[in-house]
Design a binder for this molecule. Structure first.
Ligand SMILES: *Cc1c(COP(=O)(O)O)cnc(C)c1O
Length: 400
């Protein structure tokens, strides 16, 4: 099913309830504004004008739905798409994407041959990976497009600088043999979301040093790349030939230190809405939800929001998560359960079927993803990426 062609179910008006235009049969749904996504890609391209842009669409496009988001990013000029796993990259090819795609998270025995045959760029951080790549390329008679990754200080994936000259020499030998073409040299920041952190300059120096080693050995890559969203937004000298933007494509800020999305002309792409399942009067002193961590301070109206941790609402939002109901921000009353949570409306009126907005761009008064991140002690990345498979995504404005 083409998700992008689905009707905007949450937006269908119900005339019998004027003022509640999102009323439908849907319990909870995520609206994905692809016009906002395209505008974000254009804004990011403007910031990194000397470089190409990779839209990172791993993890189902940070929970936004990979294929419609990938198409929208391409339409807005993303020359590259990036994924973590080869399976994600191959899914883009099956869906018909023909542009440059890089995937970087490989384990021994991975689908190297499938990736090479699908013209997917692969990454190598170690000799074992290069050996598996050359074997797969030989087996299918193709030349693999490889990006060599150096660990400039993140301490995660990537080749240690001490082993870099050896990896480079092996790659050069594979180029001579015709099995490999080194098209990229790359690295990843540890603390780019904390502008001014001393590791940033140190990693840039280490990257330049690694580039010099590779170039002296005869490698001539198409692209050198290091910048994620925060570096793209705050550090022009990190842009090189290509920037790898993820969270900013979805209109979110990498961190409070970097700023709010609007500072960069970015607009949040996802809005998460639910419809109240129950609204009822209860007396003072009524315990609410598992463990009775909330007790009604007086006679009041409780509303049941039918979304829980199975839908991606963090259980850590118990007693803290913000939600717009009946025109005001409410706070999750008591615990978030697997499928539902409760808010106390005080003296305000509502009825079953009314809308609850957990987060969105914020311009209709609703909380934002950043508000949820703050309320639950995490980052916006996690709030959107963890939205569950049970939540239907409706893609709006799929085309211009
Ligand atoms: C996820 C990821 C990115 C994108 O990071 P954002 O901060 O979301 O822009 C870039 N590069 C690599 C290697 C990644 O894993």
């Amino acid at each position: 099913m083409d998700v992008a062609s689905e009707p905007a179910a949450l937006r269908q008006a119900a005339p019998e309830h004027p003022g509640n235009e999102h009323r439908t049969g849907l319990r909870v749904g995520a609206e994905i504004d692809l016009a906002a996504l395209r505008d974000n890609v254009r804004a990011l391209r403007g910031r990194a004008a000397g470089a190409e842009l990779m839209a990172v669409v791993k993890a189902d496009a940070y929970g936004h739905g990979m294929l419609p988001c990938a198409r929208a990013a391409r339409r807005a000029g993303a020359a590259w798409l990036g994924t973590a796993t080869p399976e994600e990259a191959l899914a883009l090819r099956v869906a018909g994407d023909r542009g440059r795609v890089l995937c970087w998270l490989w384990t021994p025995g991975g689908p190297w041959r499938e990736a090479i045959e699908a013209d997917v760029d692969v990454s190598a951080s170690a000799r074992w990976a290069l050996e598996e790549i050359t074997a797969a390329a030989r087996a299918c008679g193709r030349t693999a497009r490889v990006h060599l990754k150096v660990d400039t200080g993140l301490g995660r994936n990537g080749c240690q600088p001490a082993d870099w000259a050896d990896l480079v020499a092996a790659a050069r030998a594979a180029e001579a043999e015709g099995t490999v073409r080194v098209v990229g040299l790359w690295s990843h920041f540890a603390c780019a979301d904390e502008p001014g952190h001393p590791s940033i300059a140190a990693q840039l120096d280490a990257f330049r040093e690694a580039l010099a080693v590779a170039e002296r050995a005869g490698l001539a890559p198409e692209v050198r790349h290091m910048a994620n969203s925060p570096a793209t937004l705050t550090l022009p000298e990190s842009h090189f030939d290509l920037v790898r933007t993820g969270v900013s494509v979805y209109g979110l800020s990498p961190s409070p230190e970097v700023g709010v999305p609007a500072d960069f002309g970015l607009r949040p792409v996802m809005t998460l809405r639910a419809r109240l399942a129950v609204v009822k009067r209860v007396p003072a002193g009524h315990g609410v939800s598992y463990g009775h961590h909330y007790t009604t301070p007086g006679e009041t109206t409780l509303a049941l929001v039918p979304a829980g941790y199975a839908d991606g609402v963090p259980r850590h939002a118990s007693g803290t998560g913000p939600v717009l109901v009946a025109g005001k921000w409410r706070t999750v009353a008591g615990r978030v359960a697997m499928d539902q949570f409760v808010v106390d409306l005080g003296g305000d009126a509502a009825e079953a079927g009314d809308e609850a907005v957990l987060f969105g761009p914020g311009d209709a008064g609703e909380p934002t993803v950043e508000d949820w991140a703050r309320a639950t002690g995490t980052i916006g990345y996690e709030i959107v990426t963890r939205i569950g498979a049970r939540v239907p995504r409706t893609h709006l404005n799929a085309d211009t």
